[in-house]
Design a protein around this ligand. Sequence first.
Ligand code: SAM
Ligand code: ZN
Length: 280
Amino acid sequence: MATDGPARFRCPDCAKAVGPLADAPACPGCGRVFAPAGGVWDLLPHALDATKVNEDRAHQDEGLPTWRRLFFHKLYGIEWCENKWLPQLREGRTRRVLEIGGGLCYAGALAKARAPHAWVAATDISPRYLRQHAVRVGSILGSPADAYAAADAEALPFEDEQFDAVYSQVVIYRLPDPVRALREIHRVLAPGGRYLGIERASPWLPPFTGREIREMGARSEAAGTGERPITYRGWREILARAGFPSTSLQVEPGGRVRSPSLRRLGNAVRPIYVAIRLAR
Ligand SMILES: C[S@@+](CC[C@H](N)C(=O)[O-])C[C@H]1O[C@@H](n2cnc3c(N)ncnc32)[C@H](O)[C@@H]1O
Ligand SMILES: [Zn+2]
C-alpha cells in the first residue's frame, strides 16, 4: 500500500525487498549497493537481454541537444501528457507517481510541477539517456522528478502497490513481452491507482500493415531492438492475454476526426493512437 515518501524497491538481481529508494541502500539478499550516479539510479539487473542493452545503444548516435529534442520533437507528447494524464493527479491524494520508458521524462517533470508533494520516479531502460537528457529536462522545466532510475518495464524493480499514477507513452510496442509489462504495471498500482499508456495502432489493411512491418522491421533489425507494428486488434489481444477487459483499450480522438468508429475506419491505411487505461 502506498504511503508517503520514496517507493519501496526490490533488488533487480535477486528480487529481495530492499527498502525505500533513498540514501545508499544495500540488498539484504545479494549485498548489491545502490547509489545514484550522475543523478540516476541503476535498477537494472546485471544480466540484461541484448534487446534491452541495444535500446541504450540506440540512443548513442543521435547528437541532438536536449532542448531541441524537447521543444521540437515532443510537442504532441507533451500535449497528451498535459491533457490526458496530468489531470488525473490530485492535489493531496497522489502520493507517488511513476513514468515508464520516459526517455526525456518530461512527463515526470510535469507531474512534479503539478503535484509537488508527490514522490515522482522517472524511469527508462537507458541509463545513458536519463543522465544525458532526462535530468537536464527536469532542470529546464524547473521541476525535476524525485528519482531518475534505469528500470525495465517488463520487470519493474518496485514492490507491489506503490504508485497512485503511472504513465507511459509509445513504449509498450517496443517491448519483447508487452503482456508481462502490463501485468507489472498493474502490480505496482496502489489501491485506487491508475495507469494511462498512449500507444500507436498500426494500419490494419494488409498492404499498409505490410509496409510498416518492413520499415519498422528493418529499423529494429539494424538497431537490435524489439520495435514492431501492433494493430488495434493486436492491442486487444495483448490486453486479453494480460487478463484485462477490452474496455481498457480506447481510440484516441484526432484533431479533426473525433468519432472512434471513423478513426478506426481511417486506421485501415493510417496509424492512430490508442489509450490503455488500467486501474486497481
Ligand atoms: C519511442 S521512445 C518514447 C519516449 C517517451 N515516452 C516519449 O514519449 O517521449 C521509447 C522509449 O522506451 C524506452 N524503452 C525501451 N525498452 C524499454 C524497457 N524494456 N523498459 C523501459 N523502457 C524501455 C526507450 O529507451 C525509449 O526511451
Ligand atoms: Zn539482491
